[in-house]
Write a protein of this length. Sequence first.
Length: 396
Amino acid sequence: MVSDAGWPQLGTELRPWKPSIAPELVSASVRRKHAGSYRAAVVPLIADRTPQLPTDVVTLAEEASVEIARFDAELGAEVAPFASVLLRSESASSSMIENLTSGAKAIALAELGSTEKRNASEIVGNVAAMRAALELAEHLDASAILTMHAALLGDLHPDIAGRWRGEQVWIGGTSFGPHQALFVPPHHEHVEPLIHDLVAFMGRTDIPLLAQAAIAHAQFETIHPFPDGNGRTGRALIHSMLRGHGLTQNVTVPVSAGLLTDTNAYFDALTAYREGEPATIVQRLAEASFEATTNGRQLVAALREIRAGWDYTIKARRGASAWRVADLVLRQPVIDAATVGAELGIAPQNAQRAIAPLAEAGVLTEFTGLRRNRMWQSREVLAALDDFATRAGRRA
């Protein structure tokens, strides 16, 4: 069925069910609830469909696009080092939707190789997926989506990373079967054809970009092509489209973080999309874009103020390596000598000398208490990043 918005609603199909969990491991009542066939979504093809959106939603999406482009141009041209800060913060905030919460310090440690905090390691995987999404933006096809997913989960779940799912999945309900689930995505035999159809839709140039990105994201989440990591991959897909179609060129606008301000509205928008109403998810992405750019500007302003303050507290001659370390710390607020040496192209012992003026000024604090393998943190930068994530996670 096609809605008034010219957009098809999901159908369903009956599928036979054979549980993968041994029946004797669950109660008779559970077995009864999951007996017989179940209904999986039948997802319509959209490659050749054009949404009919209300005028106010079209206007809002256009205004959001202008704001995204302005944010990208201003921060990309003037404050290039902040790009990686936004990338990390976007990935952390995006992951919060899936309850992968972790502080900026734990994430920074994970980037240096620590595996102590699993959530932080998964968020670092999301950073890798986002980078892959941006690098593949001009060649966005099914293979690129698999590459994003491999970057996201390759270190943590190599058995499923970069592969389409080969089994039925469902959202909500119980782990025994899909019969009482909130949503049952399409059977896995439909995944690849649906993804190729989605890729064709994403390649079109006759649909306003933000609306196209919102609909593509909702369609991707509806297909749910992976056993895990669909949300994070789908949000990276938004950035890939914004970059590939030329709306952004320099930095990652933290749009996914904006989606966090009202997760209920986000999930309601996905439900509306599946009922044939794409306007709601377009409106939500547009609103998220305004929220994200406002939050991003606050982060950048805080980081600029921090960096400007260091000019008065760090005692080092002009041109000394210490100033390059200061710029590095904005992008990487937890460092060690090896990282500094690699970034600055100097020997580790010289890296220690470059770090010293920042430690003496209180810009950096050594927190391991070790003689070897020492690490330093910028409490100011970490606090600014945590404040950003807090604002992004604040519910409306």
